[in-house]
Design a binder for this molecule. Sequence first.
Ligand SMILES: *[C@@H]1O[C@H](CO)[C@@H](O)[C@H](O)[C@H]1NC(C)=O
Ligand SMILES: *[C@@H]1O[C@H](CO)[C@@H](O)[C@H](O)[C@H]1NC(C)=O
Ligand SMILES: *[C@@H]1O[C@H](CO)[C@@H](O)[C@H](O)[C@H]1NC(C)=O
Ligand SMILES: *[C@@H]1O[C@H](CO)[C@@H](O)[C@H](O)[C@H]1NC(C)=O
Ligand SMILES: *[C@@H]1O[C@H](CO)[C@@H](O)[C@H](O)[C@H]1NC(C)=O
Ligand SMILES: *[C@@H]1O[C@H](CO)[C@@H](O)[C@H](O)[C@H]1NC(C)=O
Length: 476
Amino acid sequence: MILTRCIPLIWLFLLTVCAGRTLYPLPGKGGKALSFPFRLHVLITSHTEAPMERSLKKLLLHTCNFIVFFQRAIEEGADFIETDVLSSKDGVLICFHDYTLDETTNVASHKEFADRNRTYEVQGSNKTGFFTFDFTLKELKKLRTKQRFIFRDQQYNGKYPIITFEEFITIARDAPRVVGIYPEIKNPVLMNQHVKWPGGERFEDKVVKTLKKHGYGGSYMSKKWLKKPLFIQSFAPSSLVYISNLTDSPKVLLIDEVTVRTEDTNQTYAEITSDVYFNYIKQYVVGIGPWKNTVVQVSNNYTQAPTDLVKRAHAHNLQVHPYTYRNENKYLHLNFSQDPYKEYEYWINEIGVDGLFTDFTGSLHNYQEWTSPLSATSSKTALGSNCFIGPSLSKELLVSFSIQDEALSFIPTISLPSNAASFAFKRRFIPSDKLSYWYKFDSNMWSAVYKRTYGKDYKFKAGYDSEVRLDGLVSG
Ligand SMILES: *[C@@H]1O[C@H](CO)[C@@H](O)[C@H](O)[C@H]1NC(C)=O
Ligand SMILES: *[C@@H]1O[C@H](CO)[C@@H](O)[C@H](O)[C@H]1NC(C)=O
Ligand SMILES: *[C@@H]1O[C@H](CO)[C@@H](O)[C@H](O)[C@H]1NC(C)=O
Ligand SMILES: *[C@@H]1O[C@H](CO)[C@@H](O)[C@H](O)[C@H]1NC(C)=O
Ligand SMILES: *[C@@H]1O[C@H](CO)[C@@H](O)[C@H](O)[C@H]1NC(C)=O
Ligand SMILES: *[C@@H]1O[C@H](CO)[C@@H](O)[C@H](O)[C@H]1NC(C)=O
């Protein structure tokens, strides 16, 4: 069960409308963003390169706490990065999946910590190991992380420290475009039992306070949320209910295998996926994050007929973001012919999930590129319309036209039923120089981006938008 939840790179992606969602352009293929000292932000990359191209939106989530994986996920096109949050002995929030350090750090080789190998009762059974809450942050920082799975790349082992939750937030904020975060309030019962915060504060208070300190807040899809997208997830329903009084940020209830019991309310997840329970919990959460085998059961490595979980969750207006999708053969059920794209196809188009977590950001991104209704290479003179419908994120329908020739393109767009109109205008001067301008009538927001291509491998982009951001990006 642990393995089903522990994942070096997790993704969630959502189907949504691209109207007005230009704040999430994906990085250029193979492009590597370099950081300048000032804040970087790509504005309308995907508009300039592929007008109204995205019917799929992805959120990337990551549970494995290796700093390089967060960064790679962002480069590979993640919209959200995900982490599990635990605490050190001195109450500092850290990004770490397990409550013990044994499997994914080199703690065993630190002789000075030998006496920290301890036994505690966790959910009714005794567990032995090096518990995060027996180490101060300073001590934790002496350790180095390592890959849990022997069949994955081991080259980063021993090189990177555990990062704090605030450092994780900084990675998202420093990304060259808007990247959301999806933190999990992990093992809250255990954390509250073993860590004491000043003033009687709880683990959950500390998580919410940290998020607020960094400007996170706002209900799902609100203007504030879109600037700093956030989902807060937990397997413990009472933690989500508790924080509902502290923050209006969207929350997602994680669901394990149906016979497993919650750590806080000691209910089985079968109970928690009943209609009666959905009716209750929907006051507090925008969705559920079920283990994928809870949605589609597996027998002899073949997927069985899906349960009605997704249908029922949708009937309660709850999104469904299952975990975890992985490329390795051992995780790909035989129905999918060892092809992860077939698996995505099935879950997105047949099961109709609203998002999903994957360890393989790049594969999901490529899948999206391949199945995007408009490819990035539009013909020289194109006139057409495309509709994008986001199932449960938005009821908006987007209709756009692209009128273009060699040097100019003009792309008016209207979204229905709100009638919000916008247009993009692009001018190519010489083949290597391009200027793009985008304007939204309803909010008077605009942005302009200049792009210059140097040879095949390097691009320079600089942009300005009406929300007063100065931006630049070099890709190579
Ligand atoms: C920690 O203690 C357990 C039980 O005594 C033992 O099995 C395990 O090997 C110890 N771990 C290390 C790294 O010494
Ligand atoms: C855990 O270990 C302690 C000390 O050995 C023992 O008293 C307790 O009964 C154990 N608990 C369980 C659930 O096995
Ligand atoms: C949230 O606040 C309301 C109103 O003050 C209170 O009745 C309720 O018990 C609080 N809920 C939690 C989970 O603290
Ligand atoms: C949880 O509920 C089960 C079934 O009623 C019970 O056997 C178990 O002791 C409970 N666990 C705790 C920690 O209360
Ligand atoms: C089938 O699943 C089992 C575990 O459930 C696994 O050990 C085995 O390798 C799988 N076989 C194939 C062919 O995927
Ligand atoms: C997967 O393959 C098995 C064996 O052929 C079949 O029984 C099952 O219905 C398939 N699952 C789906 C979802 O098509």
